[in-house]
Ligand binder design. Structure first.
Ligand SMILES: [Zn+2]
Length: 283
């Protein structure tokens, strides 16, 4: 935890300091060693069972946003409360998730926060990276734009399996240590006949638009139109398949997995440099 409360003020951990947890009000001790980031630790476990021990990855992400947005207590009507990693001025809650969480907890958080963005640490397991590369290799690209990837077999990747059913926005962070991977991978919230849509999303644009309180615009300009067009196209195609079938004709030229119209993005005007081309090396 970065902030503890002391006399109703938020304070950072310094040697010997004391404070209380803003969520469960239990006593915290300042941990200011040489190796780990300076942080507050609970003497006994925090009542907020959603709280995850902070890693350097968490702290680096939080520090991309103003202090006043970090570690914000959120209540629901029943009085349940949780610490949101970030809450922006536009009302977006951003949760930085390093460890794996159970689907049940993921669902609870999806419904607790009305505008939720997850940023997932994709570097925790080597197998996750390997599986994700395979997914990209096998996916169907929206050519020639190369900005959208349709994945028909999301279950090949544990990460995608864990997150594909979320109705929140998911961004996977594969870190800075790999080649050409400054960008995040966006999982679009709506499925298209069991397939999922992915885009490579500029890390700096993500941070900038959220900081500038213009992220809602990205939803209107990019995410919603892409989902809508893809879904409409998929529906049309199904209809066409059925017509062909009813006439006893083969549907092989309209196979289900090829869901993109000729460059879906031609119909959509996108702000520059937010979506990145999906080209090798992928990660
Ligand atoms: Zn606590």
């Amino acid at each position: 935890m970065k902030f503890a409360l002391l006399n109703d003020k938020r304070i950072e951990a310094t040697k010997g300091a004391k404070g209380i947890c803003p969520s469960c009000s239990s006593e915290l001790v300042a941990r200011c060693g040489e190796i780990k980031i300076h942080h507050w630790a609970h003497k006994k476990k925090c009542d907020d069972h959603w709280w995850e021990n902070e890693t350097e990855w968490h702290r680096n992400w939080k520090n991309r946003f103003p202090k006043e947005w970090q570690e914000i207590i959120q209540h629901d009507r029943s009085g349940e409360k949780h610490i949101a990693d970030i809450k922006t001025k536009e009302g977006w809650v951003i949760e930085f998730q390093h460890s794996r969480i159970e689907p049940e907890e993921r669902r609870s958080r999806d419904s607790f926060y009305s505008k939720l963005i997850w940023v997932i640490d994709g570097t925790r397991l080597k197998t996750d990276i390997k599986q994700f590369k395979k997914i990209i290799d096998e996916g169907h690209l929206d050519a020639p734009s190369l900005l959208l990837l349709l994945v028909s077999f999301p279950d090949w990747s544990r990460l995608l399996m864990d997150w594909k059913n979320s109705n929140s926005l998911i961004f996977i962070d594969f870190g800075m240590e790999y080649v050409n991977n400054q960008d995040l991978w966006l999982i679009y919230p709506k499925k298209i006949d069991g397939n999922i849509l992915l885009s490579k999303f500029s890390r700096s644009a993500f941070i900038q638009y959220l900081n500038d309180s213009e992220f809602g615009g990205i939803i209107d300009l990019i995410i919603n139109p892409i989902q809508k067009t893809t879904q409409e196209y998929s529906k049309e195609q199904k209809k066409r398949n059925n017509e062909l079938l009813s006439e006893g004709l083969s549907t092989q030229f309209y196979s289900n997995y090829f869901l993109f119209p000729q460059n879906i993005l031609e119909k959509t005007t996108l702000p520059n440099n937010i979506l990145k081309k999906i080209e090798p090396p992928y990660l």
